[in-house]
Design a binder for this molecule. Sequence first.
Ligand code: ADP
Ligand code: MG
Ligand code: MG
Length: 875
Amino acid sequence: MAKKYVYNFHEGNGSMRELLGGKGANLAEMMNLGMPVPYGFTVTTEACNQYYADDEKISVGIIAEIMNHLRDLEEESGKEFGSPENPLLVSVRSGARASMPGMMDTILNLGLNDEVVEGLATLTNNPRFAYDSYRRFIQMFADVVMGLSKAKFETVIDEIKEAKHVKLDTELDTDDLKLMVKKFKEFYREQLHDDFPTDPKEQLILAVEAVFKSWENPRAQYYRKMNDIPSSWGTAVNVQMMVFGNMGETSGTGVAFTRNPATGENKLYGEFLMNAQGEDVVAGIRTPQTIDHLKDIMPKAYEQFVDITKKLENHYKDMQDMEFTIENEKLFMLQTRNGKRTASAALKIACDMVAEGLLTKEEAILNVDPSQLDALLHPTFDGAALKDAQVITRGLPASPGAATGKVVFNAEDAKLAANAGHRVVLVRLETSPEDIEGMAAAQGVLTVRGGMTSHAAVVARGMGTCCVSGCGDIKVNEEEKYFTVNGLKFTENDYISLDGSTGNVYGEEVRTVPAKIVGDFETFMSWADEFRKLKVRTNADTPRDAKKAYEFGAEGIGLVRTEHMFFDGDRIKAIREMIVSKTVEQREKALAKLLPMQRGDFEKIYEAMHGLPVTIRYLDPPLHEFLPTEEEDIIALANEMNMGVADLKAVISNLHEFNPMMGHRGCRLAISYPEIAKMQTQAVIEAAINVNERKPHYHIVPEIMIPLVGDKNELAYVKKIVKETADQIIADKGVELTYKVGTMIEIPRAAVLADEIAEEAEFFSFGTNDLTQMTYGFSRDDAGSFLQDYYDKKVYEQDPFARLDQKGVGKLVKMAATLGRQTRPDIKLGICGEHGGDPSSIEFCHKVGLDYVSCSPFRVPIARLAASQAAIRNK
Ligand code: ADP
Ligand code: MG
Ligand code: MG
């Protein structure tokens, strides 16, 4: 049988989101649940993929299937498409598998032309409504299908309003709207050198095609990349009978969440507008009313709606974000989906739903997106500083957080400033999907218009960016880049601060303080810890980082990069002295200066971790990284070292390598200069002995990690030096101390020969940064310049340095783990690359059976949750 590309809503259900998209699957599900959903059908994601496979053409077969379903829809609705007597109008709505709010475009009121609009006017006895629908349709169609910007049409609307001396579009009468339609069509012809299409079927197919096309528009591509959505998913298209919220004062439209998406409070939360359609609520054209008011205006519809929202939340077992329209007092549901929420709301909702018995702990854990936790780990305003700060105005607390930065007035400036390292707050009249990159770059977003469900609010909450919306006191001039409020003027270089939890706006920089894991966050994390199998360690090079990570729940350190300690003040001098040394004696003298510093650092790190395991990696980078490159610095160093400039230059040029990443680094340094490994061993062991003396209950067992090993003999050679040095110190001190020696697996050859290497190594830590670059054969530093071409041309979709390449690099990891365990069944296995903090890579580590992942301190809670989810999902 030929593939089926179109499904009536009756044929679908909630589990078919891959095929029908989230919107289509949920519309079908709501219909199955007996809820009032306007009839319609869904053109599948497979049809979208077929469209691209057919060189951007909708095949004859698919068009025929659409037309068949259109006939069914006519029958179900008792209306006729294109008929002036009893017209069927439809909406054409995109809907991908994952919800992409505001990313794809919707066309409403499709099926209108000059005859049909007259019919609609007569039928409804409401010509104003008919022409309002028509002008909206022309505007949306021209925008979405033909790419004529909505803004240009807004100018026409403004002109008409001005001529009439009115402010709101509801104040325009039928004649004004007729004039508007006429002007829109003229404008359309003028711009596109073609008449507005009058055949509804042609309109429909063009609209479907436009939705398919919108899957590849730059906004959608950017959103997909940000959220790891592959382009192969495609989008579905929903064609649905229109219901009208713009029929007059007994009609309206709104959006609502079953719980507060900003705080998580268990109370219906939403907004609506009477006599309005579609996006009016979120576009911020008129300020909407809160949902409670609906109770007074239309008690019956309100009650029915409340009832449905409860059913939906219980059914989906998650907070729902819903769209509804009321047509002449009759309620219709137009969408439901799991609502986007702030991180703190997500945790409150998870904890509440477990307490309410709606979710098990496992289900609650799976409901929270690990990467969202990041928002809770960043600073909040310092209470005292906040008290002293001047509130210049107040808006709606649309997305919590503390934002401080310089004011910028458009997305482009926000991006530029953020790239240059500045913190900025984006101030806009209102935001649109084009602003999304700028919103991500900014610390916070402040909008003059728009409610709690406006574009800015929804997108900011999704991204975890602080947002204050609907700040009506502000007069902003985006062109000339300034805003005024209560007699104050702010331009581009002024600082403001936003409190996304109160809606307060401050006219200055406000100090912030670090975050803590308390309350619901703490409860939730303790549940997550119950289920996880993987331990979570941190990569920390300083006592400060170690302390932070310990607070965030790190169970050890998976990687201390010792070289990072060498760059400050006196240390860099000592290490340079070591590098330019000509004899072993000179080198040992220089190393002796480094020893106490390094030992002191290790002591502090052990103490910060309260006796948890600490893996210390020996010197890894090529030595030339420590030497100056500028002429004046070279001269200064030569003087300091008491050597000739030419001499020093010779040393530097001797150290020059064509490809330093593959040069004299890692264990190769210890093989050339064993005294470096000796000094580091002395520091590691003595520090452990000292701390164990002070804190006997810590029982520190240092883990010494030799980097960049590709052969068993390399490790054996360095290990011998480590053992001789360590055992001597331990014997001299007459103490008991155990320690481990292991290696990083970061060279493909080491992965291939892991069974041999495990004869020497007591643990492996997968250094997936180097392992990725050596497996791919391109370096992390250079790949940036061409990987963009790979993404653009869809050769690659993911950055292998951010997300573990499970197919290739992952295969090496898996093989090395198996081989290592063959030789040494109790070998400890961990990962310490960037991937150790990436949720999908963590799931991979869980499946391979590693003992721990190690990541930067701020990702520790994320890793704890991701590891828990991996364990629950793979039970
Ligand atoms: P988005 O994914 O951007 O929310 P939607 O497809 O949900 O886009 O539609 C945009 C707006 O149009 C929403 O407010 C929605 O409720 C409204 N809408 C969509 N289809 C219909 C319809 N058949 N009748 C009335 N309103 C509709
Ligand atoms: Mg929607
Ligand atoms: Mg940001």
